[in-house]
Ligand binder design. Structure first.
Ligand code: HEM
Length: 273
């Protein structure tokens, strides 16, 4: 992860998101890493993932080295969990002990990926419901959304926010409109946290308090609803954010793991053995 981040700091963000998208679809079982084949439909082409999730080559690289050192022992699911943690640490965020022992799925579920991965156009109650389906609380939702302190988003996911919404700082909207036109430029990127896009800190929450959340699903966490006070407290207290983020990451990492004789230790993260 050190090498990968030295080459491209954004990759820490991409791996963190990959882990989230793995855990929300049939558990943290590396199902997202499986490639489509003529006879197998994976999750990579589901709407929330296609042309959006990235970092697969980094996981391949780590797996290659781990297999060379100690073969058939460490699952792709555990590698992803550890890489996500290490990315956060390398970008200045908190560290934590990652519970291990996940095994890799022999299946994937594209329709579950389409159904269960939250859209950036959801309102607060829909986000809370989406996380509740995975055993996560509203507090976990707000703490985990702090993952948006790093990384980038495509214009198509925040266009309606910067042109049509009123709970947005006008200068921020103007800045973002410069590279995200009304039509075209769908894949143009903007940082989720304008201030420190490659540093894992609590600026995400300060942005929300200042109506500078990039996605609709970001700003609903601070828009007169139940999460306002938590967002305010994280914006003024990075230690509180880090503490709750770590708790929520461990919780998310515990979603329906495969253990015992379920699943397998994949040799190549892209294909079942
Ligand atoms: C609350 C519901 C969430 C929604 C609706 C959401 C949505 C999105 C969207 C639309 C993007 C931009 C994708 C693109 O433009 O290709 C994104 C990026 C990202 N998300 Fe989320 N997300 C959510 C929660 C989370 C969680 C829980 C985490 C991790 C703890 C996370 C981590 C990230 C990261 C790090 C990026 C940047 C990835 C990169 O630069 O490659 N998100 N998210």
């Amino acid at each position: 992860m050190k090498q990968a981040i030295a080459t491209e700091p954004r990759i820490g963000a991409s791996i963190l998101r990959l882990f989230f998208h793995d855990c929300f679809v049939q558990g943290c079982d590396a199902s997202i890493l499986l490639d489509d084949t003529a006879t197998f439909i994976g999750e990579k082409t589901a709407f929330p993932n296609i042309n959006s999730v990235r970092g697969f080559e980094v996981i391949d690289n780590i797996k290659h080295n781990v297999e060379a050192a100690c073969n058939a022992t460490v699952s792709c699911a555990d590698i992803l969990a550890l890489a996500a943690r290490d990315g956060v640490v390398l970008l200045g965020g908190p560290s934590w002990k990652v519970p291990l022992g996940r095994r890799d799925s022999r299946t994937a579920n594209k329709s579950a990926a389409n159904r269960d991965l939250p859209s950036p156009f959801l309102n607060l109650s829909a986000l809370i419901t989406s996380f509740a389906h995975k055993g996560l609380t509203a507090k976990d939702l707000t703490a985990l959304s702090g993952g948006h302190t790093i990384g980038q988003a495509q214009c198509q996911f925040f266009r309606t926010r910067i042109y049509n919404e009123t709970n947005i700082d006008p200068n921020f909207a103007t800045t973002r409109r410069a590279t995200c036109p009304v039509s075209g430029g769908n894949t143009n990127l903007a940082p989720l946290d304008t201030v420190t896009p490659t540093h894992f800190d609590n600026n995400y929450y300060t942005n929300l308090v200042n109506q500078r959340g990039l996605l609709h699903s970001d700003q609903v966490l601070f828009n007169g609803g139940s999460q306002d006070s938590l967002v305010s407290s994280y914006s003024g207290n990075s230690a509180a954010f880090f503490k709750d983020f770590v708790v929520a990451m461990v919780k998310m990492g515990n979603i329906s793991p495969l253990t015992g004789t379920n699943g397998e230790i994949r040799r190549n993260c892209r294909v079942v053995n």
